[in-house]
Design a protein around this ligand. Sequence first.
Ligand code: NDP
Ligand code: MG
Length: 392
Amino acid sequence: MQRITILGATGSIGASTLDVLARHPGKYQVYALTAHSRVDELAAQCRAFRPARAVVGTAEAAQRLSQLLADLPVSVEYGEQALCDVASSDATDTVMAAIVGGAGLAPTIAAARAGKKVLLANKEALVMSGQLFMDAVKEHKATLLPIDSEHNAIFQSLPESYGRKPLDSGVARILLTASGGPFLQRAVETLEDVTPEEACKHPNWVMGRKISVDSATMMNKGLEVIEAHWLFGAPAEMIEVVIHPQSVIHSMVSYVDGSVVAQLGNPDMRTPIAHALAFPERIESGVGQLDLTRMASLQFHRPDFQRFPCLALAFEALRDGGTAPALLNAANEVAVQAFLDRRIGFRDIDRVIGRVMDTLPHGAATSIEAVMEQDGRARQAAGEIVAAISGA
Ligand code: NDP
Ligand code: MG
């Protein structure tokens, strides 16, 4: 039995993970489930999957969850230390890191330091901590498997993904596909007026609200470029973003001999989740087989950096290195939340991030603590810029 902790169980990735696990009773055992504030949803998951431990964000949420689960033998806890505990406990083998944003960094690092099999959905954690995270994985012999569909596709398309740099294995380029999100065709001058509802309506994927907005600005692809850099040891020049609106090819690797290896599938996160859960074996995911005869056409083109300035900002942050990606990520989180709260417009998102990147010094990422400090500064600076824009 593989024992699993799911960080962010009530989210989109968390729910898809539980859906896959439910198809394989006897193979996986849920050790711990965590959420932040959606207590009722977590209680229902605990009834169905009977974890030993459940973690929420606050003492009040924990009290409510305890009442809801009074008849079950589940230990209810709250706060960041509890998240780190369930991610690093001897009683778990695998950790699905599916908290959204920087809040997932501490428990995800804790899982890596405890040498767990880490299934990484929480790209922000890796973007923030980069080399430090990869060093922790190596030092503590953790196994890191990408859940992000593009990185999972690249992983499946590389001959041997870790411990060997793509350059050494004849890789010419990593081709990171992007749907382009809901605003690929919309007139650029109307992007100022985009509403949160429009931004969250992704053409191909159903996801949490933050990543949906990131997909609309293409910051998601920017974060994924940085994620690919760290996961596969690929320099920025080797990573090419290719717009592919159908989201059937989930990414590709091209080799020096002219071969291009791709992973295809229906756009459903249960495929990469099942792949990583069972790796190196394969298990059924609940996702139907891809019917290629129903694909009218597959299109590919280059991204427009004018339309998607967030993508350019992310490439810049990767080239700057150090804490620049952490600043980028923190400013983005604050700006996206302000947009979702209708305090700033859609195009203000890239303006806030650009201003934070211009004003704050980009230091060296010497420790997780240093990264967290820069993260805090960037959040504060972004908050002030948001307040100035919104007149609050
Ligand atoms: P959701 O918003 O759907 O879920 C987020 C989860 O994190 C919820 O369980 C939420 O709890 C929990 N959470 C939120 N804030 C905190 C906090 N401060 N402390 C602890 N837990 C918190 O997000 P997604 O599932 O869409 O995304 C999760 C991660 O996976 C993100 O990093 C995203 O980029 C990545 N990802 C997602 C994909 C997708 O298809 N959804 C695809 C590829 C990557 P609660 O429910 O109580 O608020
Ligand atoms: Mg992705």
